[in-house]
Ligand binder design. Structure first.
Ligand code: NDP
Length: 394
């Protein structure tokens, strides 16, 4: 049995640690490392099935990650730190010949822009090192990519349109808080929107396009078009695609807070002078907002994330909806975490499980939809994320 190294002890890291411990036959020794070791120790103390070792690491420094991988003799690194650390951790995996998985694509700390370019550019080095990198094994990206691959495999000859629909109807009782890392979340939501049609990316203003979608087990919700990273790989890998869009629900109160924060400059990523000190507004805002990890206990309600795919099968039009509903309170009961961290951490564990078991294993750097979706979908049903398929009128 080998060793699994998890880097990042935030909301998602907690779920990954719990879920790997529940699947200890596959994951062997589990080491949880992060910038703040006390957070790792806290999570390890909650897990009784197996002993979780902990360590401190600054994953911005490849050398520190290399030293840790060697010290614990890791077989795989599950990166659930922040997107800023993707490249340093990937480089450490190349240097040590160890498989890699993450849940979010690389984002430069100084530019509110995320893309796969620099991670895909490491494909040849991963192949030379004889290792695998699995990118975006969370829910969206992650399960949503697998839903698209599943639709393509079982329901369509060609998919023409995909809408990814992400609804979080959880209520934590605070006037304003973000469900995962505030800096990452607010940068994503305040950016221009973008969707892909007929081979081109079409830019939209933030929150410019809205549709109401009736989410099963939740009800109708305003859903706004955003750019989301899984579209960058799906446009390459889904046959016959003509349009793909991504929608996320936001309440009027959330949008009003965002607008005010934006207008007063609190979402800025450039340093500003404050009483002789340089501060970055969005980082300061993160200090003021509730820690996403603390929301679990207070959050009630459900999430529903899925895809609607339209296309043709045997010459006939077809439209299907694949979705997954998660209950925040049930997640907290199981692993002391709210649903957004849960729905990200479980697919991270499943991706790593399929890699370690050799079910999904190829040298190089890959996106989720490039693998057979069936074993992943099967594991979702077994590991706490049961999904549904509905045939819609096309
Ligand atoms: P959190 O902010 O709760 O946790 C991030 C963790 O990473 C913290 O423990 C933090 O340490 C640690 N960390 C930050 N910088 C470093 C560093 N330089 N070295 C080592 N550790 C570091 O974030 P989440 O758990 O909510 O999110 C984790 C990842 O999951 C993010 O990349 C996020 O974008 C992604 N995500 C993906 C989703 C999907 O569906 N695909 C959905 C939601 C999130 P410290 O505690 O010291 O700050």
């Amino acid at each position: 049995m080998g060793t699994t190294l998890i880097i990042g002890a935030g909301g998602v890291g907690r779920v990954v640690a719990h879920k790997c411990a529940m699947n200890a036959d596959t994951f062997g020794n589990i080491v949880l490392a992060s910038r703040t070791k006390s957070k790792c120790d806290q999570i390890a103390s909650e897990i009784s099935q197996v002993k979780i070792e902990t360590a401190a690491v600054d994953a911005d420094k490849s050398d520190e990650v290399i030293a840790l991988i060697k010290k614990v003799d890791a077989d795989i690194v599950i990166n659930v730190a922040l997107p800023y650390q993707d490249l340093t951790i990937m480089d450490a995996c190349i240097a040590t010949g160890v498989d890699y998985l993450d849940t979010a694509n690389y984002e430069h700390p100084d530019a509110a822009k995320f893309e796969y370019k620099e991670q895909w550019a490491r494909d040849a080095k991963f192949q030379e090192a004889g290792i695998m990198g699995l990118l975006g094994s969370g829910f969206d990206p992650g399960a949503t990519n697998v839903f698209c691959a599943y639709a393509q495999k079982h329901y369509f000859d060609e998919i023409h349109h995909i809408d990814i629909l992400d609804c979080n109807a959880g209520d934590h009782g605070y006037p304003f808080a973000t469900n995962f890392n505030p800096e990452i979340n607010l940068r994503e939501v305040s950016a221009n929107g973008r969707y892909w049609e007929d081979g081109k990316w079409i830019k939209t203003k933030p929150m410019e396009i809205m549709q109401v979608w009736d989410y099963p087990e939740i009800g109708p919700k305003d859903s706004y078009l955003l750019y989301h990273e899984e579209m960058e790989s799906l446009v390459k890998h889904i046959k016959g695609l003509k349009r793909i869009r991504f929608f996320m629900t936001f309440s009027q109160s959330y949008l009003k807070h965002m607008e005010v924060l934006q207008n007063v400059g609190m979402l800025g990523i450039e340093p500003v002078e404050h009483q002789g000190q340089k501060i970055i507004p969005i980082e300061f805002l993160k200090t003021l907002l509730p820690d996403p990890a603390s929301l679990g206990e207070r959050t009630k309600g459900k999430t529903n994330i899925g895809i609607v795919a339209e296309g043709v099968k045997d010459g006939k039009k077809r439209k299907i909806y694949i979705y997954q509903v998660t209950d925040h309170e049930a997640c907290y009961k199981e692993v002391k975490s709210q649903g957004v961290s849960y729905t990200t951490g479980v697919p991270a564990m499943i991706g790593a499980k399929l890699m370690l078991e050799g079910i999904w294993h190829k040298e190089g750097v890959w996106n989720m939809e490039q693998f057979n979706p069936d074993p992943f979908m099967d594991q979702m049903n077994k590991q706490g994320l049961p999904w549904q398929v509905k045939e819609l009128k096309s």
